[in-house]
Write a protein that binds this ligand. Structure first.
Ligand SMILES: [Zn+2]
Length: 257
């Protein structure tokens, strides 16, 4: 029997990527500029519109999963930002308040989607913001649409993505359900049950750092000079300190309360 070249290619890729099958390494999906159609899939827990909290703006780190807001655990960044906020309020210092706001955890929303025209790539996870979240929930609660994720009677969504128009602007996501409901998939696309079974557990997608790791990221950010350039002197004072100094500084002003 002739060798199966595709299987060999997959094995080589798996080997190069540390043994994980290719394709499982990134299930995240980002819309492209312009129009695309997606179908949101139902999840085992009955909630396909999941909300998670992350800290952005902590130096060059990507969003940091907030154990406090997500799971009721500990989060050094939340603690630091709260202290900074209180200090800003007590001293009527807008710069401190702004710095605190930058560090507060922000919500991000996640849904499993099948991207029309790319069904063979399987189920992807789409991350989106509050406006899209509220729009989607609005459709679900609107009797004209109902459960848009139902595999038989749900509705595809037209997603129009507009890139940020310039510095300081944000990209825009507009959503419009298709006029008619449709099935999630027919035999020409995939086995529908296989697709539903392949919807990942969204909770398992995020890297949860330890308290020590998060503290180290915060300390690294606070001690970097570049982050202090456009801040007030008082903010710089905190930012230029090492983690230990920051603890002392806050212990000092906490005791003043
Ligand atoms: Zn946090």
């Amino acid at each position: 029997m002739a060798i199966n070249i595709e299987a060999m290619r997959a094995k080589l890729n798996a080997s190069k990527t540390g043994g994980k099958p290719s394709g499982s390494k990134s299930s995240m999906w980002k819309p492209k500029a312009g129009d695309q159609h997606v179908r949101i899939l139902p999840t085992q827990d009955g909630d396909p519109f999941r909300e998670f909290h992350f800290h952005y703006n902590v130096g060059k780190n990507p969003g940091i999963y907030c154990s406090k807001r997500n799971d009721g655990g500990e989060c050094p960044i939340c603690d630091f930002a709260s202290k900074l906020w209180r200090d800003g309020v007590e001293n009527d210092d807008q710069n401190l308040k702004n710095e605190a706001k930058k560090l507060f955890a922000r919500k991000r929303y996640y849904s499993p989607v099948l991207v029309r025209g790319a069904e063979d790539e399987g189920v992807k996870i789409w991350a989106y913001g509050k406006t899209a979240y509220e729009t989607l929930l609005g459709y679900v609660l609107d009797p004209d649409y109902g459960d848009i994720t139902d595999p038989q009677t749900g509705t595809d969504i037209k997603l129009t993505y507009t890139l940020a128009s310039g510095p300081g602007a944000f990209p825009k996501t507009s959503l419009q359900p298709r006029r008619r409901p449709s099935v999630l998939c027919d035999d020409a696309i995939a086995d529908c049950q296989d697709l539903l079974d392949s919807v990942p557990n969204i909770d398992s997608l995020f890297e949860v750092k330890t308290v020590e790791e998060v503290q180290a990221m915060l300390d690294g950010y606070l001690s970097s000079d570049s982050s202090a350039e456009d801040s007030s002197t008082e903010t710089q004072m905190y930012q230029k300190k090492t983690g230990e100094d920051v603890d002392k500084a806050f212990a000092a002003f906490m005791s003043e309360e």
